[in-house]
Design a protein around this ligand. Structure first.
Ligand code: MIC
Ligand code: SF4
Length: 643
């Protein structure tokens, strides 16, 4: 029987477990990546493991998130990361060099390899046929120490691409279409694998836009085959030698096949405040905007910038619109200068921003109050832009550029141009990547540590009998941005948990922090797809620090669930969904035999002391996860297994 590409790569990296969809499998990780906002914790955790060098084939530390340096904190973190990388065997991509996913594709990605990244958009690497997975920082630290990574063997969904995109339509419209079909929770436990004749019509950056935003489906990863187009891309990057051909076998079995005829795709747009609130652009055309942004790891390649310049055609952007452009990397920036693109954009009034995440994570370029902004990014969660009441629309660079020109949401097919291909201007540039020191020299190197860098707190081991207060009851699709906000104010505390904990659930319930502190022990209640979005483990670390012992929900997003276990918080679901309706904030919940229940089976009994009602919660933890959880998280567990 033929195999899917996902199955082939997983089998090649198999360490232990089961290859049956839905069961746990442990795989070898070849490469890791971190970014600064999650990276400081990753390296503090790695340091705590007492290992002299990283054990992977390649590990890279990027600085791309916290680059606004309003005071010493962010640069202190950068210095820590740089000095750590040199000593421990990690490549370091300096601030200004670009967004981790874009640079990794350019400089390091290799078809057929596994990549684990402490960022949810790591699957961007699937654009060149890597099995690239986002994870919590602690999992990445363990992979750097040589440990295999556990995943639930995914169900592989085949996306059959036929036809060819019309000139003013984009691969962004394809993934937005999929989000409309599959929703933000449709991909949990799945890998989306693309195949068919239509694949040959998409260049690597177009493929990477699709695999990048597969994260918004909740998918474990997304994958394209590695073909001659991939080879061309790697050749332009000066890395043709690392290319290899990879594809699924003919006649392999997918758990489901989705048919997409690229010729029928039209411009699509996601409306506030969820990436799956997708409609065709023509359905909401004419809505006034006052800001537009081309950038982020989803859409910031040379062609994304080039087509923006082509659409603007040296005319000035609409007088009511502020247009920001953030090239995805230093390489893209330089190549766009060589191609004359930047000059044309500047002439049109674009504001050129640094090659970083920037506005995508609320680091500058926040919209006005009640502002309407169209962005080529991947997430439009409420408040993430830095402005609580702004409306953020997600679309392709073509749609965003046409809208910036006319001041209203515009179907780009109205602009009669034939977009050019600027790939020929690609010249690789790795001058801002610092290799690690040789082992002999590394021993004597010092790590630089600023005063804002605090050690990672640990939870205490689980108790068998305890009482905890319901601290908050949330609805469906709560994101990690709700649990732990990003933005210029909060991000500088990513390496200081006691401080960042003060912002937990800030936008949902400003009293959460004090409430949790006073309660001592707490439980969080949630709906479906709890913890979707970012991989930030701070959304588990801060609740752990504030005494949260369990999160009881209707269903979980993959990475957040793993993060909860890693920090000693029990991820539980309702046995009887109706219990969600009869549990309230401030109720006191008594767990009479927590440890015994967890060890015995998959049910945990709890009594709501406020209402007198007995409830049963479920868990689906593996034996190892149970040990980690009961020990009070991965750090305690690892320490115990070493000593
Ligand atoms: C995001 O896009 O939400 C982030 C910021 O890149 C996060 C990581 C983080 O919170 O640091 C992600 O996607 O995992
Ligand atoms: Fe950065 Fe935005 Fe991409 Fe996250 S989604 S890595 S914040 S550009």
């Amino acid at each position: 029987m033929g195999k899917t590409l996902t199955e082939k790569i997983i089998e090649n990296h198999f360490v232990s477990g089961s290859l049956k969809a839905g069961e746990e499998v442990n795989i070898k990780i070849d490469q890791t990546l971190t970014q600064d906002a999650t990276g400081t914790m990753v390296y503090l955790q790695f340091e705590a493991m007492d290992i002299a060098r990283v054990q992977t084939e390649l590990s890279v530390s990027y600085v791309d998130h916290n680059t606004q340096q309003a005071d010493f904190k962010n640069m202190d973190d950068h210095n820590f990361l740089q000095s750590f990388a040199k000593k421990y065997g990690v490549y370091f991509s300096r601030p200004g060099n670009g967004i981790c996913h874009q640079v990794h594709l350019e400089a390091f990605g290799i078809p057929g390899k596994t990549l684990l990244g402490s960022d949810s958009h790591t699957p961007t690497g699937g654009g060149i046929g890597m099995l690239a997975i986002g994870a919590g920082g602690l999992d990445v630290a363990c992979a750097m120490a040589g440990a295999p990574f556990s995943i639930v063997m995914p169900h592989v969904i085949g996306v059959h691409l036929t036809g060819k995109l019309n000139p003013m339509c984009s691969s962004k419209d394809v993934i937005l279409k999929l989000l409309q079909l599959e929703t933000v929770k449709g991909g949990v436990g799945k890998v989306y694998e693309y195949f068919g004749k239509g694949v040959e019509t998409l260049r690597v950056p177009q493929r990477a836009t699709i695999t990048n935003m597969g994260a918004e489906l909740g998918a474990t990863s997304s994958l394209f085959p590695s073909d001659n187009i991939t080879r061309e891309f790697m050749k332009l990057q000066g890395r043709e030698k690392e290319w290899r051909e990879l594809a699924a076998d003919n006649g392999c079995t997918y758990s489901k096949v989705i048919e997409i005829n690229l010729s029928e795709i039209e411009p699509m747009i996601a409306q506030p405040h969820m990436p799956d609130r997708v409609v065709a652009v023509r359905e909401i055309e004419g809505k006034k905007i006052n800001q537009a942004l081309i950038g982020s790891c989803t859409n910031s390649s040379i062609n994304d910038l080039g087509v923006t310049a082509d659409i603007l055609d040296s005319k000035t952007v609409h007088e009511n619109v502020s247009l920001g452009i953030a090239p995805g990397s230093k390489q893209v920036f330089e190549n766009a200068i060589d191609a004359g693109i930047i000059k044309r954009l500047v002439r049109s009034g674009a504001r050129i921003l640094e090659s970083t995440c920037g506005p995508c994570i609320g680091m500058g370029f926040a919209p006005s109050s009640g502002g309407v902004t169209i962005r080529t990014i991947n997430r439009n969660f409420k408040g993430r832009s830095g402005t609580a009441d702004a409306e953020v629309y997600l679309a392709s660079p073509k749609t965003a550029a046409a809208s910036a020109l006319f001041g209203v949401i515009t179907d780009p097919r109205k602009v009669k141009i034939s977009p050019k291909d600027y790939s020929e201007f690609t010249k690789p540039d790795i001058s801002m990547i610092i290799p690690p020191a040789a082992e002999a020299e590394a021993k004597n190197l010092e790590i630089q540590r600023g005063p804002n860098i605090k050690p990672c707190p640990k939870a205490s081991p689980a108790e068998n009998t305890f009482e905890a207060k319901i601290l908050i009851k949330t609805k469906d699709n709560i994101t990690t941005d709700h649990i732990m906000p990003a933005g210029a104010k909060v991000l500088p505390y990513r390496s200081n948990i006691p401080e960042i904990a003060k912002y937990t659930f800030e936008a949902v319930d400003p009293a959460f922090y004090n409430n949790a502190k006073n309660a001592g022990k707490g439980v969080i209640i949630g709906g479906e797809n709890y913890g979707q979005g970012s991989s930030r483990e701070h959304a588990a670390l801060a609740p752990m620090y504030l005494g949260v012992k369990a999160v009881v929900v209707k269903s979980f997003a993959r990475i957040h669930k793993a993060n909860l276990i890693n920090f000693g918080i029990a991820p539980l679901t309702f046995k009887d969904a109706a219990d969600y309706g009869v549990i309230s904030e401030d109720d006191l919940i008594f767990f009479p035999s927590f440890i015994d229940d967890i060890k015995k089976g998959n049910e945990v009994v709890a009594v709501n002391k406020t209402t007198g009602k007995e409830m049963v919660f479920l868990h689906d933890l593996t034996e190892k996860s149970i040990d980690i959880l009961l020990e009070g998280g991965m750090l305690n567990y690892t320490k115990k297994s070493i000593t």
